[in-house]
Design a protein around this ligand. Structure first.
Ligand code: TRP
Ligand code: SF4
Length: 332
C-alpha cells in the first residue's frame, strides 16, 4: 500500500523552545517513520506579517538545525523552504479562482490576524488575507491527507477541504480530503503560570538555553500561588512547574514530588532545581548534535529537500493546469 502523505509548515519566527518540542517537533520525528512526510519552513507565510527581511533570513537556518538536532532525518522526510517550491504559489493562484472571496473574509483566523496587525500598528497585507489559500496550496500540491497541526489551525484545514472539494467538483477528482492529526500534540504550559509556552509571551525555555539561563528562568517562574510560605502545602495540579516535571522527569520523581509538594516536604526552590537538572539533561545531547551542524550543511539539506518537493509539486501542478485548460509545461 502507498504510504499516506503528511505535510506540515513550520513558522519561521525565532528560537524554538521546549513547548515546540513537545507540541510538534517530537510528533514530526515519529511521523517520518510511518508516512511520506514533507516538512517545510513557511517563509512566505512569515512574510505575511514580518516586515523585517533580516529577521526572516536570520531565522531559517537555526530552525532547520533545531529540527535536524531533534531527529528529523533527511533520508526519511523532505525538509525544505516553502519559497523554494514556486509551484505552490502558482497552485495558490489557480485555487483562488474557485474560491469565493466571502469565505476568506468569514474565517475567524483572518479576523483575529487582521485585528492583531492593526493593534500592532502594522500593515494588513493582501498576502495575509490570502494566507489560507496559500496554506491550502501547501497541502494540496503534495496531495497530503494527514496534517499535524494545533487546534488553532483547524479552520484552515476545513477551508482546505472546501477548496479541494470545489476544485474537484468543477474539474474532476484531483485532491484527496485532508485531516488534522492533533491527537499526539501536548500543550506545554508557560513559566509565567499561563496555559501555553510561547516565544512571544517570553515564558519559554529555548532549545538552545544554557544551564544558567534555565536556572535563571526557573527561579522567577510562577508556581502554586497559594503556596506563600515554605511550610504551606502546595497543589501540584495547578502548578506549571509540576506539569513540566511530568514531561521531563522520571515517573518515580513525579510521584515523589506530588506527595512532597502536598505535604510541604519539599520547597519550590528545590523542586525547581530538580526540574532544571532534568531540563539540562534533556537539552545537552540535543545541543551537542545541533553544534555539530554547520550552516552549509543546513543549507544543503534545505536545497536538496526543495528539489525533491518540486518533483511531486510539478506533477500536481501539471495535472491541475491540464484540467483547467492551461497550456502544457511538462517539457520545460
Ligand atoms: N499556518 C500554520 C501555522 O501557523 C503553518 C502552516 C503553513 C501549515 N502551511 C501549512 C501547517 C500547511 C500545516 C500545513 O502553524
Ligand atoms: Fe509547584 Fe513544586 Fe512548588 Fe509544588 S513544590 S508548588 S509542584 S514548584
Amino acid at each position: 500500500m502507498e504510504k499516506q502523505i503528511v505535510v506540515s509548515g513550520i513558522r519561521a519566527t525565532g528560537e524554538l523552545h521546549i513547548g515546540n518540542y513537545f507540541g510538534a517537533m517530537r510528533n514530526f520525528v515519529t511521523l517520518q517513520d510511518e508516512f511520506k512526510c514533507y516538512f517545510f519552513i513557511a517563509d512566505w507565510h512569515s512574510l505575511t506579517t514580518e516586515e523585517d527581511a533580516e529577521a526572516l533570513k536570520v531565522h531559517i537556518l537555526p530552525i532547520v538545525k533545531d529540527y535536524l538536532a531533534v531527529g528529523l532525518d533527511p533520508q526519511k522526510c523532505t525538509l525544505f523552504a516553502q519559497s523554494s517550491v514556486p509551484e505552490i504559489a502558482e497552485l495558490a493562484l489557480l485555487l483562488s479562482m474557485v474560491q469565493p472571496k466571502t469565505e476568506l473574509e468569514g474565517l475567524p483566523t483572518w479576523k483575529e490576524k487582521e485585528a492583531s496587525q492593526k493593534e500592532a500598528g502594522k500593515i494588513v497585507s493582501a498576502g495575509l488575507f490570502f494566507y489560507p489559500v496559500l496554506m491550502a496550496a501547501d497541502i494540496l500540491i503534495q496531495k497530503a491527507t494527514i496534517i499535524p497541526v494545533g487546534k488553532d489551525q483547524l479552520p484552515h484545514l476545513e477551508f482546505t477541504r472546501d477548496v479541494a472539494r470545489r476544485f474537484n467538483n468543477r474539474y474532476g477528482f484531483t485532491f484527496p480530503a485532508c485531516d488534522a492529526l492533533e491527537g499526539r500534540a501536548i500543550k506545554v504550559p508557560g513559566l509565567d503560570g499561563t496555559e501555553k509556552m510561547g516565544k512571544t509571551e517570553g515564558n519559554a525555555i529555548d532549545l538552545v538555553e544554557t544551564p544558567e539561563g534555565v536556572a535563571q528562568k526557573l527561579s522567577v517562574a510562577v508556581t502554586d500561588t497559594n503556596r506563600k510560605l515554605r511550610q504551606d502545602p502546595g497543589n501540584p495540579y495547578i502548578c506549571n512547574i509540576f506539569a513540566l516535571h511530568e514531561l521531563l522527569s522520571t515517573p518515580e520523581m513525579v510521584e515523589q514530588i506530588k506527595t512532597d509538594c502536598q505535604t510541604a516536604a519539599i520547597g519550590c526552590v528545590e523542586c525547581k532545581k530538580m526540574l532544571g537538572n532534568n531540563i539540562n539533561k534533556f537539552l545537552a545531547p540535543l545541543q551537542e548534535r545541533r553544534q555539530a551542524i554547520s550552516d552549509d550543511y543546513a543549507r544543503q539539506i534545505l536545497s536538496d529537500g526543495g528539489k525533491k518537493a518540486r518533483i511531486t509539486a510539478r506533477q500536481t501542478l501539471n495535472e491541475v493546469r491540464d484540467k483547467m485548460g492551461l497550456p502544457d509545461l511538462k517539457g520545460e
